[in-house]
Design a protein around this ligand. Sequence first.
Ligand code: AMP
Length: 279
Amino acid sequence: MKTIRSLVAMRRWRESAEGRVVLVPTMGALHHGHAALIRRARRLAGSRGKVVVTIFVNPRQFGPLEDFASYPRPLARDLTLCAENGANVVFHPSAEAMYCGEASVWVDEGVLSQTLCGKSRAGHFRGVCTVVAKLFLLAQPSDAVFGEKDWQQLAILRRMVQDLNFSVRVLGHPTVREADGLATSSRNAYLTAGERRDAARIFQELQAAASRPGRPDQVTRVASTGIAKIPGARIDYVEAVDVATLEPLKNRTTSGRLAAAVYLGRSRLIDNVPLPVVS
Ligand code: AMP
């Protein structure tokens, strides 16, 4: 496995790479959720293709009060995980290499990013779209794999690819969970032992509510009521949305997603589950 740090070296590698190139963008602090994405990329790339994992804690997607400085950066462990799961290249640029000075050009999705997490994380998706567009231009992948855990991000990136005519196939990978159902996340490490125990209830309440046949607003109310009972939990949102447009779901005749963001201790946890059609 090769580690690349400079943009020039990344471009040079890409020019000589043959076969499919499958990209897995990450911020590092890799866990078995990321490992599943890398293995999926490996299967897609086949024996002749190449898997590129990017590790970049992107300063432009963090708000001023968010955890950019304290975000974990265990690079040696991350490189081992990438190698063990079949990556050919890890692209790990510095912020200085990725961004030269103040940006005046951004990739800004204007509709889907206004809802859900976009309301409390101003500028977050603009930072995500900009960095992913740059990674697409540098690595020129045929496919890119993203986690369904970040459903809104996935929907926005699909939209970006469509609107900007990137010839990249965006693939969503199902959320990888801990044994009790909590979505695996680098930020789970911020939870105390008690919070960690309670955190699993977010998924359990979403699942229980989504398995009911009621109208979207009833399902949302049931989930909110359950999550509000978790000690110390503060709900940012619980919403039933259309899978692609992220608009509020009006009925159960099309598939939706029941999504939540919940503050627990110093963590902000997000999760989502399918909201199936009810006939
Ligand atoms: P991050 O490093 O948090 O930016 O995540 C990098 C990619 O891994 C994103 O596409 C995430 O959606 C995905 N990811 C993170 N956690 C999980 C998980 N538990 N299951 C599936 N995908 C995940």
